[in-house]
Design a protein around this ligand. Structure first.
Ligand code: UDP
Length: 246
């Protein structure tokens, strides 16, 4: 009988083998971490909510022609995905200044950027996930110049689709982080997750700087009502996709 093997346990997900070698099972956890895991906690129901939101967004992006690792969602906190070799880069796209961009540049929180900004961070906890220059990224051979070009273009295309989609949900997509992987044929696939843990999402109907926050900043900044904010995002996303209540 097949015995699932735990391949990897991250901060928010556990990855298991499945009977099919090219398919993995990711289990989304309620654990929450921030500031390179210096702040830890639990957000009740987060695993199921983020898995549902991620699955819905991957399906939406697939329909728009973006290749993702998503296969299906056998349970509310479980996702089957194609096995890929993750590129150790966090690809961040920003539309509005927030977070580390404000901290490092002095740009005011909420400034709408003249055009989306794509940034690459080295996914390496021991180094604190530093911001990379293009030359450092190539020096470390984290991607080839052609892959870098493809990552940049794909990230901007995903940003257009996600910004439009969240806009139709009455939500501003401030910024978000993507991860990509390569399959056996070296094809680039969007991987990891897209959820309130990895995006900054502001409710357009709220002008108050704290009330508008529908993402992990509620946890990072101890703003309270974390679960209800995540649920609000899930409900709006599913309603917009005509999927109703999960
Ligand atoms: N982000 C993420 N994982 C990380 C770092 C950032 O998902 O390890 C997301 C974060 O939620 C935000 C965007 O990437 O939507 C930009 O984050 P930023 O660089 O501003 O860092 P932060 O302020 O979160 O430290």
């Amino acid at each position: 009988m097949f015995q699932a093997e735990k391949l990897y346990e991250g901060k928010a997900k556990i990855v298991y083998t499945t009977p099919e070698p090219e398919i993995l099972l990711t289990v989304y956890k309620d654990d929450a971490t921030a500031f390179n895991a210096q702040k830890r906690g639990q957000i009740k129901g987060k695993g199921a909510i983020n898995c549902t939101i991620s699955a819905a967004l991957f399906e939406m992006l697939e329909k728009q022609g973006i290749a993702t690792h998503y296969i299906d969602k056998p349970a509310e906190n479980e996702m089957r995905v194609r096995a890929v070799k993750i590129i150790p880069l966090e690809v961040v796209v920003r539309n509005i200044a927030a977070g580390s961009l404000c901290k490092q540049t002095g740009l005011p929180l909420g400034k709408v950027l003249p055009q989306p900004l794509v940034e690459f961070y080295y996914k390496k906890d021991e180094l604190g996930d530093p911001l990379l220059t293009r030359d450092r990224l190539l020096l470390l051979e984290l991607a080839t110049p052609a892959q870098l070009e493809q990552l940049q273009t794909t990230a901007l295309t995903i940003n257009r689709h996600l910004s439009d989609f969240f806009g139709s949900c009455g939500i501003d997509l401030v910024d978000f982080k993507l991860e990509f992987g390569l399959d056996k044929e070296q094809k680039l696939l969007l991987a990891d997750e897209i959820s309130p843990d990895t995006c900054r999402l502001w409710d357009r109907s709220e002008t108050d700087q704290k009330a508008r926050v529908l993402d992990k900043d509620r946890f990072r900044q101890d703003l309270g009502q974390i679960e209800s904010a995540y649920q609000e995002v899930r409900e709006r996303v599913l309603a917009q996709l005509g999927m109703g209540k999960d």
